[in-house]
Design a protein around this ligand. Sequence first.
Ligand code: ZN
Length: 186
Amino acid sequence: MEIQRIIDKTRKNLLESVSEKNLLKIIEENLKRLRKLYPENKNLFTNSDIIFLKSLNNISQKLILFIEICEELPYLTDIFDYYEYIEKLNSIRGDIKDFPICKRVDKEIRELIERYEEIHIKEQQKMGHLLNKKIIQLELNCPLCKEGHKMTIRNGTYGTFWGCSQFPNCTYTKKLSPEEQSYLNT
Ligand SMILES: [Zn+2]
């Protein structure tokens, strides 16, 4: 019987496939064929067939989401996105955990966890870059050594201050003006 053959074949694929794209293709094709056959052959579908076919719908949605995420992951630089992707992958994993394809999701989660350091550094560089740009715009020359040495912004116990770049040869320091301080904080 064709219907039972399609259902069995889909079940078998679900229990064997470790490629999300292949599995999705098979599920979608077979669901389409079964939907076409259903109106004329309702009595040939058992209750457990129907439950199984409905669960396939959910699985195919998760596979689509998973494939999308895999395409986006290489471009990930934002730490907030990072946590969001981990959460999404974990949720997908929960829905397909009974099938071998979940190993693919596990692999992506593992690789993402390994990338934490790299993404964290990128995020800090982004922040640092922003701060550097601001500092350059605020830059001034040291009035003490009178050779046009630049002042740099330093972090001390009592907060940020201007210090001569020639330190320790020159120990000139200066408080940040309230405007500079608030500029750096924005
Ligand atoms: Zn100086």
